[in-house]
Write a protein that binds this ligand. Structure first.
Ligand SMILES: Nc1ncnc2c1ncn2[C@@H]1O[C@H](COP(=O)(O)OP(=O)(O)OP(=O)(O)O)[C@@H](O)[C@H]1O
Length: 602
């Protein structure tokens, strides 16, 4: 999308505020009239002083007072309207961006960094807002002020006006050269900001990781690199702005002196009044100032259009559905789920993540999926939930291909318990209600009870109103999982997709979570991704996935008897658990011995 495209897209937002823009434009025109009046007023005062006309001063003082009040009021409304319009447009853009972001497919989030998205919501949005208010009006006002001043100058003395306007293009040239450098610089600073936001987003969201790995120094060094690059860009901007300011000021002063010398000459010759000379000098400022300001304004408009382009890029990314779901669908009929030779590879990935996967899941069946890391277990869930579509093969619910269903309808069949609990900042009640928004208080409490979460929630000072922090950071891992289970229970969908957390919980916590999972699975059709094989021995069917293929299927006994991949996995895990058990026992004994030694008097 070209910047022109960004501008026309942006104008649709601006046109919604035609009335406000019209008022703002009228005030802007009025402020130009006020500027010219100022020049006229200076001329009148000077003439009265030269003529020693004392009587004229009381009238002039009244006029001056009125002028100041009018200018003040006009300046207030101009500033207020500029901010008002730009805030409204920023708000509308933010909402549209959020609305579209929520409609984007999972593949978009897999490809793009959340920090980059964040900077489009913040930095870019801010920059576009400025363009629609201050920058836009200044871009209109400056040329108009220059033209009006020039007309007035010609009225005072056309020869003088023509001599003085020669400075204008010179100032414009300076502004243009530096404006280009400024634009390049601001694009660079914006990119560095976006990189830094992405970095901060990663780091600040995982404080426990950097603390536990003691990588604070490395992170500090990395952040210093990012921060220094922003600093270098800003220092550079200082140099560019300094040079522009210095050159503009030299040229401005030169213009002033030129105007003074030439006008003085005309006064000395008797062809110009002193008052007119003062007005002339003032008008000269109005005439040449816009020339130096314009290139900078054009540069910042271009920068803002770049920012708008980044926002529209997200809005143009294909959405997975056309509109946000009206409400959560409930209790769809369910008889059977089938996967028929489903093959899939992630966009851009060279290899298959699912290869000819077929399965049959009738109502009430409890299915477990196991296998080595990277085998395709989570990918299977992603396809079931409609995050991605199969490249080949079909997914069918009740014999009907899911391709023909709306995503809302498809997802209403599943209650998903992800590996990371996926809780949001907010209260426990708000988080549980994400399972079903219209759930009553009793239903929320019942879900908490079923998920073995009720007791710990009630022990919190504010019960279900307790805030759980970023991603539930104020809770333990097991507590987070139980809340995630309660949320799924409340949804009460026919098929439960459970991605067992790999994070080790302590025995007590694990028992509570397992209990909650069992209650959740009761009478439910379930597919569980299991990392601990001990938890899924009673499953009706166990699928073993490797390199995207279902390489074995059967129940626990059948698979053990077959002595294949499951048998190997099971035995290696058993061995591992035994070794860990031994290590744990010996640690406890050692610890016990030490305690004993400490307690035994020597
Ligand atoms: N967003 C993605 N883009 C590209 N490739 C991906 C993506 N997600 C997963 N993969 C690849 O797809 C394959 C299957 O991954 P998947 O996450 O389904 O494995 P898994 O069996 O769930 O592993 P684990 O037990 O470690 O969670 C892997 O080779 C992985 O690298």
């Amino acid at each position: 999308m070209k910047q022109k495209g960004a501008f026309s897209r942006l104008s649709t937002y601006m046109l919604k505020h035609k009335l406000l823009y019209t008022v703002l434009l009228l005030i802007t025109l009025f402020s130009i009239v006020l500027d010219l009046t100022m020049a006229w007023f200076l001329a009148r005062i000077t003439d009265a002083a030269v003529r020693m006309d004392v009587e004229a001063f009381s009238g002039l003082a009244w006029f001056g007072g009125l002028f100041l009040i009018t200018a003040g009021v006009s300046s207030y409304f101009s500033a207020y309207l500029k901010i008002n319009i730009s805030a409204k447009i920023r708000n509308e853009l933010r909402l549209d961006l959020m609305n579209h972001t929520l409609l984007l497919p999972q593949s978009y989030f897999d490809r793009n960094h959340s920090g980059d998205l964040l900077s489009r919501f913040t930095n870019d949005n801010q920059s576009v807002g400025e363009a629609c208010g201050q920058v836009m009006i200044d871009l209109l006002r400056n040329p108009l002020l220059a033209v009006a001043s020039f007309a007035y100058l010609i009225y005072i003395n056309w020869l003088l006006a023509l001599i003085c306007i020669t400075m204008g293009p010179l100032l414009y040239l300076v502004g243009k050269v530096f404006g280009k450098a400024m634009r390049k610089n601001s694009v660079q600073v914006q990119e560095n900001m976006s990189r830094t936001t992405s970095f901060l987003n990663d780091i600040l969201g995982s404080s426990m990781v950097f603390k536990s790995f003691s990588i604070e120094r490395r992170l500090m060094k990395q952040y210093k690199g990012y921060s220094d690059s922003i600093n270098a860009g800003e220092q550079n901007r200082g140099r560019i702005e300094g040079a522009t300011g210095a050159l503009s000021s030299v040229l401005g002063n030169l213009t002033f002196l030129l105007a003074l010398v030439i006008a003085g000459y005309f006064v000395a010759k008797g062809s110009l009044e002193v008052g007119a000379m003062i007005a002339f000098i003032q008008l000269m400022n109005y005439l040449v100032m816009p020339f130096s300001a314009l290139p900078g304004l054009v540069a910042s408009m271009q920068q803002s259009l770049g920012a708008a382009q980044r926002i529209f890029e997200v809005m143009d990314a294909p959405a997975e559905v056309e509109a946000l779901p009206e409400k959560q669908m409930q209790h769809p009929e369910f008889e059977q789920l089938n996967l028929s030779e489903v093959t899939f590879s992630y966009p851009g990935a060279g290899k298959l993540s699912l290869n000819q996967a077929s399965l049959e899941l009738p109502q009430g069946m409890q299915m477990a999926v196991v296998g080595p890391s990277g085998g395709g277990k989570s990918t299977l869930f992603k396809l079931l939930l409609g995050f991605y579509n199969p490249d080949e093969g079909e997914i069918l619910i009740n014999g009907q291909t899911v391709q023909g269903m709306s995503l809302e309808q498809l997802r209403s069949h599943f209650a998903y318990v992800p590996q990371e609990s996926g809780l949001y900042t907010g209260s426990i009640r708000e988080n549980i209600r994400n399972g079903r928004q219209d759930a009553s208080e009793e239903e929320v409490i019942e879900a908490l009870r079923q998920a073995n979460a009720y007791d710990f929630v009630m022990e919190l000072p504010e019960g279900v109103d307790s805030e759980i922090g970023e991603h539930g950071s104020r809770l333990s891992g097991g507590q987070r999982q139980r809340l995630s289970i309660a949320r799924a229970m409340l949804k009460n969908a026919p098929i439960l997709l459970l991605d067992e957390a790999t994070a080790a919980l302590d025995n007590e916590s694990e028992k509570m979570v397992q209990q909650a999972i069992r209650k959740l699975m009761k009478d439910k059709t379930t597919i569980v991704i299991a990392h601990r094989l001990s938890t899924i021995q009673s499953a009706d069917v166990i699928l073993v996935m490797e390199n995207g293929e279902i390489v074995e299927r059967g129940n626990h006994e059948e698979l053990l008897a077959a002595e294949g991949r499951y048998y190997d996995l099971y035995n290696s895990q058993l061995e591992q658990e035994e070794t860990e058990g031994k290590e744990e026992r010996s640690t406890n004994e050692e610890y016990g011995d030490k305690q004993g030694a400490l307690l035994t008097p020597s």
